[in-house]
Design a protein around this ligand. Structure first.
Ligand code: ADP
Length: 540
């Protein structure tokens, strides 16, 4: 027997409709790419998104067509995002930090018809123009006064384009499984792969994110998503903010410590989200200038493992709670969060740290398990490494225009991460499977060593990679980028690890590097590091 409730397709236009209807005056504040801080509201964003939709329809954009954005987090980006999705077209968020060859690959693979770009990326698009022949027009997200001379096809200023458009437009009115957004993984593991979100998956992901253990946003919250909209949907905030009616503060092109600090304080931000390197930059800035945070209560940190030193600094020096999140483009991205249980909450903070460095537990809507190489489900004993598998309505089942399914017989997607789960249910990522160091048939977690090593006061960034060893296959090498003016004393860093990791995990060597390369989503690029160190040999 079926239930007798209404069929109300879960389409994301309803999110911005809701924001306009019930939180229409709530502010969205942006550090514009042109420079000044600009203020708008959900009502105005809704109206302008309708104009975007009508412009798209005028150009013959049909449901299912891909429309790309190459843009920072701004009000205009949100307008474009909803304007595209509302008419059933697919908003393809391009990551400008990708290498030009990768951008060319994904623009062509997606067959983007239109690109909305920020001023910042006009030269980048001009450079790759000969290689993206299917792009019909480029809209520069600025006004006529700032519009550059450009040879991009049918280039027009965003403000000029939408000025003449009607605000009347029918949104939604299609099946909830209609495609809605497209985001390519940055290709740290081969060619970039397209994750094609549906309206339904994004709507459910928004509800999932509104749980108090996730974003838990309310209308009184002021949210600053530093994490870009092109990095796994700004972790859901471009949907969750309007859904909750929270004020949004958009950082535009500037994500350095000083710029972020200024916005946090002047806009009275209560909650923010970014990858660890952004927060390291903020902390460095605040320490140098003796600054404090007056309104921030919580920060969500994810994208790569969060070092203990970062969690401790936020807690001890600034009274801010760090919520660690694990997820990936394929999971929309929310997967797990490091919320304390009531039992852990009663412990002193120092003892809680053992769990706070773990990636935590899944919210309702995400199923998770560990599998061994033979496909057997592993116990939650806190030390057995296994393949992390996830399942749910916000997890991908195939890649865009790639043959075949990416889930196993039980519907689980292999994340490519290796993890443990302890008896409290806390998942901990030990490595990406290709970064695991295999020493004498056992696995060493590079992440765990890195997280401790980076806590040393002289260290800015730490990476651990495996180096070939005649007897043990591989042994760990600790690579360090030291803070300015510091010199390397290898023993000092080995001593720092002493007692904190198993003896046989102790790196065989410590090497100082001028630079540790970061990939397109702000994480240490180990593929590139391994390439650069291909001639490195362990000391005899
Ligand atoms: P890309 O693969 O394009 O860099 P993703 O955001 O999809 O971008 O990357 C997802 C991966 O990032 C995960 O599979 C995992 O390896 C890593 N990751 C994300 N969050 C965490 C975290 N809190 N701790 C450790 N690793 C993380």
């Amino acid at each position: 027997m079926l239930g007798l409730m209404q069929d109300w397709p879960l389409t994301v236009d309803k999110i911005i409709d809701h924001a306009k209807n019930w939180h229409g005056d709530r502010e969205v504040v942006t550090r514009s790419v042109e420079g000044p801080i600009v203020r708008t509201t959900y009502a105005a964003i809704h109206e302008r998104a309708r104009r975007v939709s009508n412009a798209l329809k005028g150009w013959g954009i049909k449901p299912g067509d891909r429309v790309a954005t190459l843009a920072w987090n701004t009000d205009k980006h949100i307008e474009t995002w909803y304007g595209v999705m509302g008419i059933g077209a697919v908003c393809h968020t391009l990551n400008p930090r990708l290498f030009p060859e990768q951008l060319i690959y994904i623009i062509n693979h997606a067959e983007d018809r239109v690109i909305f770009t920020d001023l910042t990326f006009v030269p980048l698009l001009e450079a790759i123009l000969p290689h993206i022949p299917k792009v019909e027009r480029v809209i520069v997200m600025t006004d006529a006064a700032h519009m550059p001379q450009t040879k991009l096809p049918r280039a027009e200023a965003y403000e000029a384009v939408i000025a003449g458009q009607s605000t009347d437009c029918v949104w939604g009115d299609f099946e909830e499984n209609t495609a809605c957004g497209l985001c390519y993984t940055s290709g740290t593991t081969g060619n970039p792969k397209g994750v094609l979100y549906s309206h339904r998956s994004n709507f459910i992901h928004t509800l999932l994110g509104l749980q108090s253990t996730v974003l838990g946003a309310t209308p009184s919250e002021v949210i600053l998503p530093v994490v870009p909209m092109f990095h796994a949907n700004a972790w859901g905030i471009a949907f969750g903010g309007p859904a909750a009616g929270a004020k949004l503060v958009m950082p535009g092109a500037k994500m350095d410590g000083a710029s972020i600090y200024e916005l946090l304080e002047t806009e009275k931000v209560t909650f923010s989200a970014a990858v660890p390197t952004v927060w390291q930059g903020l902390l460095m800035h605040m320490r140098e200038h003796g600054l404090k945070l007056s309104t921030v209560k919580r920060v969500l940190i994810g994208g790569s493992a969060v070092p203990e030193s970062l969690i401790r600094a936020f807690h001890d020096d600034y009274g801010v709670e760090v919520l660690q999140g694990w997820g990936m483009t394929e999971t929309s991205p929310i997967g797990t969060l490091s919320n304390m249980t009531p039992e852990l909450e009663s412990l002193p903070f120092e003892e809680q740290l053992k769990w706070r460095v773990k990636q935590g537990t899944p919210p309702l809507g995400v199923e998770l398990k560990l599998k061994d190489d033979a496909g057997r489900t592993l116990d939650h004993d806190g030390h057995t490494f296994g393949h992390l598998m996830v399942k749910g309505p916000t997890v991908a089942r195939a890649y865009f225009r790639e043959e075949g399914s990416i889930v196993d017989g039980e519907g689980f997607f292999d994340t490519g991460d290796v993890a443990t789960v302890d008896d409290m249910g806390f998942m901990q990522i030990t490595d990406r499977s290709k970064d695991v160091i295999k020493s004498g048939g056992e696995w060493i977690s590079s992440i765990e060593i890195e997280n401790i090593a980076v806590g040393h006061p002289k260290v800015e960034l730490a990476a651990v990679i495996g180096a070939a060893h005649p007897k043990w296959d591989e042994r760990p090498v600790l690579l360090l980028k030291l803070k300015e003016g510091e010199a390397l004393d290898k023993q000092e860093h080995l001593d720092f690890l002493q007692g904190k990791i198993a003896k046989w995990w102790m790196p065989d060597d410590v090497v100082a590097l001028d630079e540790i390369p970061l990939g397109a989503t702000g994480k240490i690029d180990k593929k590139l590091l391994r390439e650069r160190l291909k001639d490195y040999r362990l000391p005899a």
